[in-house]
Design a protein. Sequence first.
Length: 404
Amino acid sequence: MVKISKFGEEFLLLALRIDKHIEGYVDFYIGPEKLQKLVENEAITAPVKLLKDCNNLLSQVGSHGYRKKREIYLEKILIAMKTSTELLIGAKISIEDQFKRIYDVDIPPANDSKLKNFKEEFSEAYEKPEILGAYMKKLRIIRKVPKSNVFAFFKKALNITKNKTKEIFGDLFPEGEDIMVEVVNNNDNDDKLKWACYEWYLGNFISRIEVNPDFQMYWTSLLSFAAHEGYPGHHTEFVLKEKRLYRGLSQFEHSLLILHSPKLVISEGIAKTAINMLYSNKEVTEIGLKEFCPDASEEVSLEKLVLQDIAKGKMAQFWYNFAYHALVDKYEEKELFRYAKYYKMFSKDEIKSEIKRLNNSTHSKNAFLYDLGINLIKNRYGETPSAKNFRNLLFNPILPSNLD
């Protein structure tokens, strides 16, 4: 039983109460069930009251004898919650200020010069410069994992990445750790956002990963998805932080994930770095050909597949720019389509799905976080962190400003 102070309970109640205003604000909660039930059964709390409660908690942080590093961490999370409540009340806060206060990171302007050779690199990797769009459409059909294979293939990818994670980092996992895989389909539901995969952390060292067989489910992506969502990505991070920080050290702030908080930037950075901690681009391609490709003889050469995998690494920068143009530069939908279609590598379905995500109040800023998170880690630790540095990210509470 984790012992939580009155301050900790009020902290968790505040987050759960904000979640009643912003659906999905709390991505997972594994804290005391009594607090969750209390919030479920009470009337919705007015944003003005939430702001008052948040300010009260901020004024108390320094009076509980926490170490300075933890005080700062709690302050940053509370500032993020305060900003979210101010936005609920109607405060006008620029996107740039929102990012600094909610995510503890500056949001640089879109840099389309970084994508100067993006289209050419894709054309070279795919060898179809004149008909790249049509060729990409064909590949999306050829490389799509058959529905009947999705569950088994994703489970296999998880097993491969878990074994490699243990090989590199040792057996980090507590007894009972597990991932359940569920094949879902939300393509026919216009109200739901589309994800290729989504990891839901359930607590007690267990996750459920939902896999959508009809959206971006290609044999070339399976290993990266498994690393991102499972080993050594999201699931691994949440298991280790539950074990060490929540259960071991009674740090209540690690019993939940607030999507609008600095923690998400680090989590997405960890997940985006995960596949590079396990394998080179060549190894990813070789495993994919051997384990998931339906007919390797029908594919291009190993060298070309590796080039394609490298070229896809720039997509985080593209989607960052796309989001910036949408949310900061206020591009209209037709302008966003024109911007994306110039590169000829994205399907209409992918573009529409991203625009829908950018219009969702809970997930609108996610597209920024992948690129910001991975760049923070790269800038601090180099292109690929050492195993020691990556373990530090998995086990310890890290703020984006810690990596500046």
